[in-house]
Design a protein around this ligand. Structure first.
Ligand SMILES: *Cc1c(COP(=O)(O)O)cnc(C)c1O
Length: 391
């Protein structure tokens, strides 16, 4: 017989979801109201404003898509591309590959710009590819590659798109609230994010924002968007300003309470403070990791503070360590992907989970676990080194 599910109390330090704060969980449990209730419509307006802050944009079309980050990704591609179009797609990890899939499913052609996993997107390569393909309509890239913990130069890439009369599609799923995202200063055109990474909200919602240039392109479409659910022209009638708020789908009402609360927490902390906190905790973690004798995989200049790629010592069983952390410490860290499968761990310090307590817990748990497995590590130094960063 099935019975009520009581999840264990984990500490989530993987690639997402991240720990959700009690305040956000409490908001989730408030009474459900109708999705066209005037009070809910008011909440929708506030969420849009709070999202404009999180994205640093004045874009009117800034809304949460009622589905996970992957749906936000798809929303950007299906609305900007039509059959026969060409898109330049940068790949330096898992998510660039998914972008290619999206382009091709729109009946468009993807021109790939490949960079090694663990390295940022090469601006020079993208410039060269634009010279060969001046007819590209879109440039798509991932700002914060969660599969490797690498940041790419979003500002320079958006500028290149502009210079070549293309629209930029930017994945900021892992970057929003963790590192600087500045949609208007970048001149980015279609940007999507997720709720379960540095916003520390429940999974399943994808904030998106479209520039006036992107909205113009959407309104000028002659080919129907292939997805009914993600067609922005239809969604604008539900979330848009100065509309009657016609029924399109039923928004996940309670999840929107949670998103609203997590955005309020972000607003109260202030974006700069949130970025600073992520940076500080990252520095402490790195100090501890290196004091233990382990190595960071990504070059210091390219590292994401919210996702840390750590080399697994020779002869140590990746899964055994992660299983021990989970069963003995209720601590989740992420496995490596692609080129890094079995070779590196991904330690997330995202949103609410980016705090001193988690950094120290993780260092301590890792040191004990690796020590018991006979890994050649320095004992008794990691926590001290991390604390020195906080001092
Ligand atoms: C997590 C993630 C996604 C996908 O988000 P889902 O909510 O899992 O669909 C897309 N891009 C990046 C960079 C991510 O980290």
């Amino acid at each position: 017989m099935a019975s009520t599910f009581h999840p264990p109390q984990r500490t989530l330090m993987g690639p997402g979801p991240s720990d959700v704060s009690p305040q956000v969980l409490e908001a989730l449990g408030r009474p459900t109201i109708g999705h066209l209730d005037p009070q809910f419509v008011k909440l929708m307006d506030e969420i849009k404003e709070l999202l404009q802050y999180a994205f640093q944009t004045n874009n009117e079309l800034t809304i949460p898509v009622s589905a996970p980050g992957s749906a936000g990704m798809e929303a950007c591609f299906v609305n900007l591309l039509a059959p026969g179009d060409k898109a330049i797609v940068c790949q330096n990890g898992v998510f660039g590959g998914r972008m290619k899939e999206n382009v091709e499913r729109c009946g468009a052609t993807a021109v790939m710009v490949q960079d090694d996993w663990g390295k940022p997107v090469s601006i020079d390569k993208v410039r060269a590819v634009f010279a060969e393909h001046p007819d590209a309509k879109v440039l798509a890239f991932v700002h914060a590659e969660t599969s490797t913990g690498v940041e790419s130069d979003a500002k320079a890439l958006c500028q290149l798109a502009h210079d070549n009369n293309a629209l930029s599609i930017v994945d900021t799923v892992t970057s929003v609230a963790g590192i600087e995202v500045n949609v208007d200063a970048w001149g980015a055109d279609a940007v999507y994010s997720g709720t379960q990474k540095c916003l520390s909200c429940v999974p399943g919602i994808s904030p998106v924002t479209f520039s006036p240039r992107a909205v113009e392109a959407i309104n000028a479409r002659t080919h129907k968007v292939q997805s009914w659910f993600l067609d922005m022209q239809l969604i604008m009638g539900y979330w848009g300003a100065n509309t009657k708020r016609a029924y399109h789908h039923t928004a996940p009402v309670n999840a929107m309470y949670a998103l609203h609360e997590s955005l309020l927490i972000l607003q109260n902390e202030g974006l700069e403070n949130a970025w600073g906190r992520h940076q500080k905790n990252h520095q402490a973690l790195v100090a501890g990791i290196e004091a233990m004798g382990l190595t960071m995989v990504v070059d210091a200049d390219d590292r994401l503070p919210q996702l840390n790629l750590i080399a697994i010592p020779e002869g140590i069983d990746d899964a055994a360590v992660r299983n021990t952390l989970l069963s003995h410490y209720d601590l989740e860290i992420g496995a490596g992907l692609g080129d890094f499968a079995g070779k590196a761990w991904r330690i997330g310090l995202m949103g609410h989970a980016s705090n001193k307590k988690n950094v120290l817990l993780c260092l301590n748990a890792l040191e004990n676990t690796l020590g018991e497995m006979g890994a050649p590590i320095n004992k008794g130094r990691a926590v001290k080194a991390a604390n020195a960063v906080y001092a």
